[in-house]
Design a protein around this ligand. Structure first.
Ligand code: ADP
Length: 288
């Protein structure tokens, strides 16, 4: 089932805890004005899903299935202190792919993801994400691309004094979604990660696995076409790790392209998804 359909089917009951904090209202007003000026972004994030639509198209249209969402060509990243994190990396990730990026600590995995969402700039080489050349994107245009990329971190990065519902909603408020639309998306997204019954809990009332599932819900509630997960199972035991992977696979099955870094060899071996490995900044394909 596509996420768009999933949300439509499940969205009749509003979430009671969706209260808009005052500081978020002002962000929303600014974003509303900006969104009105920017048709591309509005189209891209409008009712649940370009990503899901992409997934649907993928099944019906062979040429689209071949289309890259991410392309790196001869990318090198050297940090200011001289540390060479990536060396001559080329990689293509097609729409709808689920890709594992493995390698030991310090190999360059996080750097790769940071380049993809524009937190760091490549020293040389080209990076295309959703047909946009990252080297040429600045300011508002870079911010708009970032909104179309969901990110999950090893340490969850939840807001401690906000409930689960508020943590997940925040990203939508900040992007200018109406309260009605937020309520429409919130419940099915929490249901998808199995946390509908925890919506009023605070992060410190949740287990590590649950916190990670909240962070996944937050990353996908705006239905981005691309989800980057940086060691999402790094702090979790085996059972919770497998649960996280299952959720990511579920998201992938409704059309979201997933790139996940991990140094957990067992996790990678127990799946059949494509794998690339980074060692000392060099990337090689392990399994296509
Ligand atoms: P991984 O995610 O595989 O553990 P990283 O991408 O975090 O690896 O790091 C790759 C290399 O780049 C390491 O040698 C690390 O010390 C270095 N590095 C990462 N971030 C920075 C930074 N902000 N400044 C300088 N060096 C960095």
């Amino acid at each position: 089932m596509r996420l768009a359909d999933y949300v439509s089917n499940q969205s009749n009951v509003p979430m009671t805890s969706a209260v808009t904090p005052p500081e978020i209202h002002s962000v929303r007003r600014r974003q509303d004005a900006r969104s009105r000026r920017t048709n591309t972004f509005q189209t891209a994030t409008a009712p649940v899903a370009k990503a899901a639509t992409e997934g649907n198209k993928r099944q019906n249209n062979t040429s689209n299935a071949q289309k890259s969402l991410v392309t790196l060509t001869s990318v090198t990243k050297t940090y200011d202190n001289g540390s060479q994190a990536l060396r001559n990396v080329s990689l293509q990730v097609k729409r709808g792919d689920f890709l594992f990026v493995t390698g030991p600590s310090g190999a360059g995995k996080s750097t790769l993801l940071k380049l993809l969402y524009g937190q760091e700039r490549a020293t040389s080489g080209d990076i295309l994400v959703d047909d946009q050349n990252l080297a040429k994107l600045k300011g508002n245009r870079l911010a708009m691309l970032r909104r179309r990329i969901g990110i999950v971190f090893q340490d969850y990065k939840l807001i401690p004094r906000r409930t689960v519902a508020e943590n997940v909603s925040f990203v939508l408020w900040a992007q200018g979604y109406s309260r009605r639309e937020i309520n429409r998306r919130l419940r099915p997204t929490l249901r998808m990660v199995g946390l509908q019954h925890k919506s009023n809990c605070f992060p410190d009332q949740l287990s590590g696995g649950e916190q990670q599932r909240v962070s996944i819900a937050r990353a996908v509630v705006s239905t981005p076409p691309l989800l980057l997960a940086d060691e999402p199972t790094g702090n979790l035991d085996g059972d919770n790790s497998r649960q996280v992977i299952k959720i990511l696979e579920k998201l992938n099955s409704i059309g979201i392209t997933v790139i996940i870094t991990t140094h957990d060899e067992q996790l990678v071996r127990s799946s059949s998804h494509p794998v690339v490995q980074i060692q000392h900044g060099r990337l090689t394909y392990v399994r296509h």
